[in-house]
Design a protein around this ligand. Structure first.
Ligand code: PHB
Length: 401
């Protein structure tokens, strides 16, 4: 029996509308997927300290990263860069929660962070579990490119062992026989002290005691009293940021710099000289950067950095800048498609980075193979004094990919 035409056409109309909406949604999502690989911004999650003793280091890294992107006209491999930020407070206990804000909530394509080794280790666990691309622009935890290494984890800075081992070698060559170490009791400090012991004892020296205090405490007095009592030939200290400023000043105020020379990795005097003033003058440190390398590449970088941010670049700025360079290499290798992880990773793994520090490539564990310079504090600069160790590669112990 024929139905009333109006009764028939109403559901038909609804069905057609549903079909049209479904088709439109399908078209939209195809468009979005296409845009993902072609023109959508690459989402960069900056997980750095904005507060606490390492806050200024976080700022320098972020500024360095953004400077490289700006120099490329705001795009890497033709892709706009969109930033997401989390202040990690250099607080390892909050690392998982913080990194998940970037990975789960913001769905970033790449994680850049952090400064503190404990925080970076927490980030790396999430990066491994989720397969998120991660570039470490500072934290030196040896395991990041050692036992915990992964295809998707890269570093543009150093291992804690690298500058420390080099300093141990230099201090032994300077004919010191005994030394004490002093540092914060967490991965970076402990690994740095151990690297120094390796280099110093290999050169014939003996470390008599390793002193520590909790991070980020700066009540150094009791430990300085122990150093004064024991009178080693030399002291090796790992501190950075605000803690480094206070330690170097306290060491000088106690008069110890007159009798027991203080050495350290360059973090002890990088980005800190303005505040350390006279207390730091003449100090020798080892690092993968110095303020007067005087190469055309470094001079151009330093000029642009100073013009843009009204402060001089330091090692942290360089590491952030190179994190952006490394990402650019990966993106280019994948034709701008950040979702093509295989190509991104292959490109990054074989990258030759033309860094302001000098050219470097990455080890099997994705850590820079780089020159470690001997520097000396003169005024507000860490001046190049010589080569401590050329093309030093971290052994990357336990790395299996
Ligand atoms: C670290 O926690 O790995 C760390 C922090 C600050 C530095 C160097 C290393 O300057």
């Amino acid at each position: 029996m024929p139905s009333h035409p109006i009764l028939l056409s109403a559901p038909l109309l609804v069905t057609r509308r549903v079909q049209a909406v479904v088709a439109a949604i399908a078209l939209l999502s195809v468009g979005a997927a296409g845009a993902q690989s072609a023109g959508a911004p690459v989402k960069v999650g900056l997980m750095l300290p904005a507060t606490g003793t390492y806050a200024s280091l976080g700022t320098m890294i972020e500024n360095g990263f953004k400077l490289y992107v700006a120099e490329q006209g705001g795009k890497l491999a033709g892709r706009e860069i969109q930033y997401f930020r989390v202040d990690d407070e250099s607080e390892p206990a909050k690392a998982t929660e913080n990194v998940n804000k970037l990975v789960k909530r913001d769905q970033v394509d790449v994680l850049v962070g952090s400064v503190h080794s404990g925080v970076a280790l927490g980030m790396a666990k999430v990066a491994r579990d989720t397969g998120t691309l991660m570039i470490v622009p500072n934290a030196g935890a040896d395991a990041l490119t050692g036992a915990m290494c992964a295809k998707n984890i890269f570093r543009t800075s150093f291992t804690n062992w690298q500058p420390a081992y080099a300093m141990g070698k230099v201090v032994a060559e300077r004919s010191h026989k005994t030394a004490m170490t002093i540092t914060w009791n967490y991965a970076a400090g402990l690994e740095s002290a151990k690297g120094f012991v390796d280099g110093f004892e290999k050169g014939g020296g003996k470390v008599t005691q390793n002193l520590t205090l909790p991070f980020p405490n700066v009540e150094f007095q009791a430990l300085l009293t122990q150093i004064a009592a024991q009178k080693p030939d030399a002291v090796y200290a790992f501190f950075a940021g605000g803690g480094a400023v206070k330690f170097v000043k306290d060491y000088a105020a106690a008069g110890l710099n007159k009798t027991i020379p203080l050495y350290g990795p360059g973090f002890l005097t990088d980005g800190t000289l303005e505040a350390q003033g006279d207390a730091a003058q003449g100090m020798l440190t080892t690092l993968h950067y110095a303020d007067n390398l005087n190469t055309p590449r470094d001079n151009a970088f330093r000029l642009n950095f100073a013009k843009t941010y009204k402060v001089n670049a330091d090692v942290y700025a360089v590491q952030g800048y190179d994190a952006a360079q490394l990402l650019a290499v990966g993106l280019k290798a994948a034709g701008g498609d950040i979702k093509n992880m295989e190509k991104v990773i292959a490109g990054m793994s074989s990258a030759q980075i033309d860094s302001p520090r000098g050219k470097f490539s990455l080890s099997a564990g994705h850590n820079p193979i780089q020159d470690i310079y001997l520097r000396q504090v003169k005024g507000k600069n860490n001046e190049l004094k010589g080569m401590a160790i050329k093309a030093l590669a971290d052994p990357g112990k336990g790395c299996k990919m």
